[in-house]
Design a protein around this ligand. Structure first.
Ligand code: ASP
Length: 394
C-alpha cells in the first residue's frame, strides 16, 4: 500500500484504470468526463499568469542582458539539436519500415477541411497585437514574447526600479506555484476521467487498423525519448536518465493524459523546481518556451505522418523532398501550440510544401489522439531534460 501513497503512482494507476474502464464500460462514463474538464480548467486557469510571471522573473532575475542572451542561445541550440535529431529518427524509421505502403494505392478516407499555415503566420503569431488581450486569451507565444521584451527592458532600468518590479512578479510566481501544488492533488481523479472518456469515445480498434503507422510512430518516439534524450542527459547532464524520469514522471503522466504541453506546464514547472532541482531562473525560462516551441515528439510525428501519407497515395519521395520534410516538420513543430491536435493542423505546412494531398490528414485522424498523448509526453520530457542540461552549463 506504500506504493499508493505518492500522487505519481496514483496517477499511473489512474491511467491504467481509465483505459480499462473506457474500454469495458463506455456507456457508464459519460458523466465522468466532467471531472476531467474541471481538472483541465484548473490547469488552464494558471497558464497565462504563470507564463508571464515565470518568464519575466527568470529574465529579470538573470541580472543582465548578456546573461539572458547566453541562456537564450544555449536554450535555442538545445531545442534545435534535439528537434533535428527527432525528425531524423522519424525519417530513418519510416524509410526502414515503410508503413502504409500499398501497391494498390489509395484507400477511402473521410474528407476534411484544413486551413494551411504559412511562415509569415508563424512569425506574426509571435508578436502580441495587445499584450493584455494575449494574456486574456491565453496566447502562449505572444505572452512569452512580451514577458521577454519587458524583462529585458527592466534590466536596462536603475536597480531600485528593477527591484520593485522583480519582487512583485516573483511573489506572483510563488503564489501560483502554491496553487499548482494544491491542484496536483486532483491529478489522479482528473487523469482517470480524461483517459477513460477518450477511450470510451474513440475506442481502441482504430489503433489496430493503422497498426504499421502507429507502431512506426511509437518506435520513433521511444527511440528518441530513451536513447537520444536519455543519452544527452547522461553524457551532457551527467545524470542517470531513469532516476530523472522517476523524479519528473508526474509531469509526463499528465502530458500523456491531457495531450497538452501548455496544460502540463504548471506541473512541469513545479516539479522541475521542487523535485528535480532545476534552478527557478532556468526552469522559468526554458520550460515555458519549450512548451510551445520545443516539440521533439511532434516534429518526429509530422515527419512520419507525411511520409505515411505519401506511401498510402503511392507517391515516392526522394532525398530532396525528404530534406524539405526535415525543414518543414521542424518549423511546423515550432509553430504548433501546446494543445491537443495542434500538430495535426501545422502539418499542413509540411504537406503543402512537399506537394502532398492535404486530405491525407483524414487518414490518420482516427488514431491522432492516442499518438498525440504519446508525442506530448515526449515533448515535455525533452523540455525537462533540456532544463536540467542547460542548468548544468549556465
Ligand atoms: N499536443 C501536442 C502538445 O501539446 C502538440 C501536438 O499536437 O503535437 O505538445
Amino acid at each position: 500500500m506504500r506504493f499508493l501513497k505518492s500522487v505519481e503512482n496514483q496517477t499511473f494507476l489512474a491511467i491504467i484504470l481509465g483505459i480499462l474502464a473506457g474500454h469495458y464500460f463506455p456507456e457508464a462514463l459519460f458523466r465522468i468526463s466532467f471531472f476531467g474538464d474541471v481538472f483541465l480548467r484548473l490547469l488552464k486557469m494558471i497558464i497565462a499568469p504563470l507564463i508571464l510571471a515565470s518568464v519575466y522573473s527568470s529574465v529579470s532575475g538573470l541580472g543582465s542582458i548578456s546573461r539572458v542572451k547566453n541562456l537564450g542561445i544555449k536554450t535555442l541550440c538545445y531545442y534545435f539539436l534535439t528537434t533535428s535529431l527527432a525528425v531524423l529518427t522519424g525519417l530513418f524509421l519510416v524509410n526502414l519500415l515503410k508503413p502504409g505502403y500499398t501497391p494498390e494505392g489509395v484507400f477511402s478516407h473521410p474528407q476534411i477541411q484544413v486551413k494551411s499555415l504559412t511562415f509569415q503566420d508563424l512569425v506574426l503569431g509571435l508578436i502580441p497585437e495587445n499584450p493584455v488581450k494575449s494574456v486574456a486569451e491565453g496566447e502562449v507565444l505572444p505572452i512569452i514574447f512580451f514577458a521577454l521584451a519587458f524583462g529585458l527592458a527592466t534590466l536596462a532600468l536603475p536597480l531600485s526600479r528593477q527591484k520593485l518590479l522583480f519582487d512583485f512578479f516573483e511573489a506572483l510566481n510563488d503564489a501560483l506555484i502554491t496553487l499548482i501544488r494544491w491542484i496536483i492533488h486532483l491529478t489522479p481523479l482528473g487523469v482517470f476521467a480524461i483517459v477513460s472518456s477518450i477511450v470510451a469515445e474513440k475506442g481502441l480498434s482504430p489503433l489496430l487498423q493503422l497498426s504499421s503507422y502507429v507502431l512506426t510512430v511509437i518506435a520513433g518516439l521511444s527511440f528518441h525519448a530513451i536513447l537520444v534524450l536519455g543519452g544527452l542527459l547522461f553524457f551532457l547532464g551527467r545524470l542517470n536518465p531513469w532516476k530523472y524520469f522517476l523524479e519528473v514522471r508526474e509531469a509526463l503522466l499528465v502530458a500523456f493524459s491531457t495531450a497538452s504541453s501548455s496544460a502540463t506546464l504548471p506541473i512541469s514547472l513545479e516539479i522541475a523546481e521542487e523535485k528535480a532541482g532545476v534552478p527557478k531562473k532556468i526552469a522559468g525560462f526554458v520550460l515555458p518556451l519549450g512548451a510551445t516551441i520545443n516539440m521533439d515528439g511532434t516534429a518526429l510525428y509530422e515527419a512520419v505522418a507525411s511520409m505515411f501519407i505519401a506511401n498510402v497515395y503511392g507517391i515516392s519521395l526522394g532525398l530532396g523532398e525528404q530534406v524539405l520534410i526535415f525543414l518543414t516538420a521542424t518549423l511546423a513543430s515550432i509553430g504548433a501550440a501546446g494543445i491537443p491536435s495542434a500538430g495535426l493542423v501545422t502539418m499542413t505546412l509540411v504537406l503543402q510544401t512537399v506537394g502532398l494531398p492535404l486530405e491525407g490528414i483524414g487518414l490518420i485522424l482516427a488514431v491522432d489522439r492516442f499518438l498525440d498523448m504519446m508525442r506530448t509526453a515526449v515533448n515535455v520530457w525533452g523540455d525537462l531534460i533540456g532544463a536540467k542540461i542547460i542548468s548544468r552549463f549556465t
